[in-house]
Design a protein around this ligand. Structure first.
Ligand code: FES
Ligand SMILES: [Fe+2]
Length: 390
């Protein structure tokens, strides 16, 4: 983060700790239960996911020419490759013959041979060869490559728009302030660690997003796994900002006992990034967060139905070895997977409660401002007017 921005956040963090009060929303929010289960709204959200740049993988997951990775997003199988010139691509992983999936898993490959009839594609998605080529006389192979999706490599991620021929402009999507902020995270030089197998969660994706935007649940759901700020007496101390549809929230990572010392230190000597933690929810479903010496990188997308979500969740590390006294990158990834394992049953409970409950609306308190901002930004974008306040 830019130093002047971080200093501004540090001033706000000091005020929070001194007053033991978070930055509060103006009122409590009522979110009608239909918001989590209406198929019409889900279709609008899906359209948003299909037309927004999504940071589908860390660039270092396909670091070298001919590296590739297959993943699912919004119900589609996607093949991400790096070609022999080092340029990243994203393709729909569907064979132009009769639709089988030519690639699976991840690794390094110059060719992708479709498992059904062995049509061969290269890392630029071109159809290179097929058995019995002379039987297909008259076919122009140059027109039968894998369908490529718009993609851009920026700030250490491969961003993809899931709609072919749709424009992509990641810098414009982020806006200049957030674009500059992500540039400072250094993710381009971080390796991705994950020990979480990709699995659908039985909950609406917005319900999962809520859990990524507040720390209130941490002492109840993650005891012993991690603590947001061990020195805080109030667990909801946080400051919030929006950048267009994106939300950033942050927390002081110090306690009341540190205030006098920090106030006595000239601002120019503050080390804000050691004293605050920041989380970004980049619309529609990308989560980045500072954590120790690396960055949490999670990607949330809707599943095949309105009551299903996919969460890919891992940890980006700038180092192979941990700094003294800190967990290794693999341990951090294991901890992230454990945390998601703890969240999942609660989120799935919310999935049942919000789809089958008869209580009318979910209630988002004034001290859950991150959740409120998320719902406000999203409902504006999909034209939903049912949020109310009390
Ligand atoms: S479906 Fe791919 S080769 Fe036939
Ligand atoms: Fe959690």
């Amino acid at each position: 983060m830019q130093h002047d921005v971080a200093i501004g956040l540090m001033r706000r963090a000091l005020t929070l700790v001194e007053t033991q009060t978070p930055e509060l929303a103006n009122a409590h929010m009522r979110v009608p239960l239909e918001y989590y289960s209406d198929p019409g709204l889900a279709a609008k959200e899906k359209a948003l996911f299909e037309t927004s740049p999504l940071a589908l993988i860390a660039a270092t997951e396909i670091a070298n020419p001919h590296d590739y990775l297959v993943r699912n997003a919004v119900g589609r199988s996607l093949l991400l490759t790096r070609d022999e010139d080092g340029v990243a691509h994203a393709f729909l992983n569907y064979c132009r013959h009769r639709g089988a999936e030519p690639a699976k898993g991840c690794g390094s490959a110059k060719r992708f041979s479709c498992p059904y009839h062995a049509w061969n594609y290269d890392s630029k998605g071109r159809l290179i060869s097929m058995p019995l080529r002379d039987r297909y006389d008259g076919l122009d192979l140059t027109k039968l490559g894998l369908v490529e999706l718009p993609s851009q490599e920026r700030h250490g991620f491969i961003w993809v728009v899931l709609t072919p021929s749709h424009p992509i402009d990641v810098a414009a999507h982020l806006g200049s302030e957030l674009d500059a902020e992500l540039a400072t995270l250094g993710c381009a030089n971080m390796a991705y660690y994950s020990s979480l197998t990709e699995a659908p969660l039985k909950a609406n994706w917005k319900s999962v997003a809520e859990g990524l935007l507040e720390g209130l649940h941490v002492p109840h759901v993650h005891p012993g796994t991690f603590a947001l700020n061990p020195q805080a007496s109030a667990i909801d101390l946080a400051f919030y900002d929006t950048f267009g549809p994106h939300v950033r929230y942050g927390m002081p990572m110090f306690g009341k006992g540190d205030v006098a010392r920090l106030r006595a230190t000239p601002e120019a000597e503050w080390k804000p990034m050691e004293n605050i933690g920041c989380v970004w929810l980049i619309a529609p479903g990308l989560l980045l967060a500072h954590e120790l010496y690396g960055v949490i990188y999670a990607d949330l997308t809707p599943g095949a139905t309105v009551s299903e979500a996919f969460l890919r969740y891992g940890w980006l590390s700038p180092l192979k070895e941990a700094p003294d006294g800190m967990p290794t990158p693999s341990e951090m990834a294991a901890r992230a997977a454990k945390a998601v394992g703890q969240d999942a049953p609660v989120w799935e409970g919310c999935g049942r409660g919000l789809s089958q409950g008869e209580h009318g609306y979910a209630l988002i308190g004034r001290n859950e401002k991150g959740v409120q901002l998320f719902h406000q930004q999203l409902s504006d974008r999909i034209g939903y007017s049912g949020l109310s306040y009390c």
